[in-house]
Design a protein around this ligand. Structure first.
Ligand code: AMP
Length: 284
């Protein structure tokens, strides 16, 4: 497995592969890799003859006061895991991928509006910008994104379709810990007590989903989930929402369509640091 740090070296490797008829699958990440990320690499492998992963903590998707500076970084550990998962090339740029004179913005709407955007207004514009840059650099046939970040996956599908990018976007299922907690690089911020409580997020989400599927009014089921999350030790609930699985238009009343997704974002307090914000989602 090659580890490349510059745009020029990356382009040369891609050019070589293209010349010998290889197809390319791509997995963008911010590093601090866990089994969720590695499942994306294995999925990419099934869609292409070569797999590229990138490791880059993208500053344009972090807001003031978020964890850009303290985001966990472990390039040698990540490289070991990627190699074992069958990755062929890691692109880990040294320094910024943005020129000092960078002047281009991307504004996304559609499924990007609401939910995460109500709490992190510039997040998906930043994600769209870095994903566009990375897709232009790697020029993959297919790129894999996790359903863990469900709204992000829909946003990227829209972005690549709207801008005629010649790449197939593949969604990958959420990989979870034994108690149901979705794996996340930020889970390592949780101490033992908060980690134990955090497992409740998925339990409560599943209960809420079962109620809605069973005919309960969406407002009643999501209100009950909010209360259960507070009782379980979460300090603040950003949203518990049932939405159309393609458009993320919010649903209310009894479930009329089977195409619904339940999404949650909630804060878990941790001794000695800011709350850890956890997200999860599932098909209803
Ligand atoms: P990140 O490094 O957090 O930017 O995530 C990189 C990619 O891994 C994104 O497409 C995420 O949706 C995906 N991902 C993160 N956690 C998981 C998980 N538990 N299961 C599946 N995919 C995940």
């Amino acid at each position: 497995m090659e580890i490349l740090h510059t745009e020029r070296a990356l382009r040369a490797a891609i050019w070589r592969w293209r010349g010998s008829g290889e197809t390319i699958g791509f997995v963008p990440t911010m590093g601090a890799l866990h089994d969720g990320h590695l499942s994306l690499v294995r999925l990419a492998r099934r869609h292409a003859s070569k797999v590229v992963a990138s490791i880059y903590v993208n500053p344009t998707q972090f807001a003031e006061g978020e964890d850009l500076d303290t985001y966990p970084r472990d390039l040698s550990g990540d490289a070991r895991k990627l190699k074992a998962a069958g990755c062929d090339l890691v692109f880990a740029p040294r320094g910024s991928l943005y020129r000092d004179s960078h002047a281009t913005k991307i504004t996304v709407s559609g499924a990007a509006l609401g939910l995460e955007t109500d709490f992190r207004p510039h997040f998906f514009d930043g994600v769209a910008l870095i994903v566009t840059k990375l897709l232009n650099l790697v020029a993959p046939d297919a790129a894999v994104f996790g359903e863990k970040d469900y709204q992000q996956l829909l946003t990227i599908r829209t972005l690549t379709a709207d801008l005629n990018m010649p790449v197939k976007i593949i969604g990958a299922p959420i990989i979870r810990e034994a108690d149901g907690l979705a794996m996340s690089s930020r889970n390592q911020y949780l101490g033992p007590q908060a980690r134990a409580r955090a497992g409740k997020l998925n339990v409560i989400l599943r209960q809420c989903s079962a109620k809605i599927r069973g005919g309960a009014e969406i407002e009643a089921a999501t209100d009950a989930a909010r209360k259960a999350l507070l009782d379980a030790g979460f300090s603040k609930i950003d949203y518990v929402a049932c939405a159309d699985e393609h458009t993320l238009a919010l649903m209310s009343g009894a479930l009329k369509s089977r195409r619904a997704r339940l999404l949650v974002a909630a804060h878990m307090p941790v001794n000695g640091r800011d709350d850890v914000r956890l997200i999860d989602n599932m098909a209803v």
